[in-house]
Design a protein around this ligand. Structure first.
Ligand SMILES: C[S@@+](CC[C@H](N)C(=O)[O-])C[C@H]1O[C@@H](n2cnc3c(N)ncnc32)[C@H](O)[C@@H]1O
Length: 239
């Protein structure tokens, strides 16, 4: 994660952005405990823990976790360093969640499938898995073109470079700060809603709901992102 993550995603840290996410997750958690995959600097986990939920995190980045630990409530929040495709932590959870396109950080289909299986094994019966991720923007990519801008603001330009044959995406970021330009880029695997449903089914999870966002707007043909929920059957016929 880039050092200025908390600043470069400022908008994502605004209370009006974080509040609906935390409300949605807290309601679904039904008291917890809760697991965040790719917990990062605790943007969602810390306010969720402040609601009294027992939150555990997984992340690969020691640096991001050190920044989480430096925030109020951070030292008390247990985080396991590891790859969330395969890492299991102690205990079982009523809710696991993966927000902010982070499923796309797993750059192969096999890793994404493994992630669903790893989560399913750690959910309590009746527990839910929530993913927030973009809908692949291919409808905006004319034949022969590979690059689409996704942000063109005063301090940041972002471009997604598609490799359709391999269902791959590289995001390029130009950030303007203190008169300097920083460039960074990272690899992703974009993934379709229906493909996620199939991965969930392969892991023994059942589709529950899909929304356009955290405010539960309907998911439609024009939706550019979704919040999807799958649940682990209880096995007693009730769920
Ligand atoms: C876009 S950030 C999101 C952080 C946080 N969930 C949030 O919403 O602010 C993605 C995080 O996932 C972590 N990450 C990416 N791939 C990972 C993997 N395979 N296993 C564990 N963590 C991973 C990164 O280190 C980073 O902290």
């Amino acid at each position: 994660m880039e050092p200025a993550y908390d600043e470069s995603t400022d908008e994502m840290f605004r209370p009006d952005m974080v509040g609906p996410v935390v409300d949605f997750l807290a309601e679904l958690a039904a008291g917890g405990p809760v697991l965040e995959l790719g917990i990062g600097t605790g943007r969602i986990a810390l306010p969720l823990a402040a609601r009294g939920l027992d939150v555990h995190g997984i992340d690969l980045s020691e640096d991001a976790v050190a920044r989480l630990r430096a925030k109020p409530g951070g030292p008390a929040l247990p985080v396991t360093i590891g790859d969330f495709a395969t890492t299991r932590v102690e205990g079982h959870f009523t809710l696991a969640y993966l927000v902010f396109n982070t499923i796309m950080n797993l750059t192969t289909q096999g890793e994404q499938v493994a992630c669903f299986r790893t989560v399913a094994a750690q959910l309590e019966p009746g527990g839910c898995f929530v993913i927030e991720v973009m809908v692949p923007d291919l409808r905006r990519l004319p034949p022969g073109e590979t690059v689409k801008p996704f942000d063109f603001s005063e301090d940041h330009w972002g471009f997604d470079e598609y490799d359709v044959a391999n269902q791959a995406l590289r995001s390029h970021h130009l950030t303007f700060r203190d008169g300097k330009i920083d460039y960074s880029s990272g690899p992703f695997r974009y993934v379709w809603p229906s493909e996620l449903d199939l991965m969930a089914a392969m892991a023994g999870l059942r589709f529950r709901q899909r929304w356009d966002g955290w405010m539960r707007d309907p998911f439609t043909s024009e939706s550019r992102q979704h919040v999807s929920v799958w649940e682990k059957p209880t096995g007693d016929g009730s769920g």
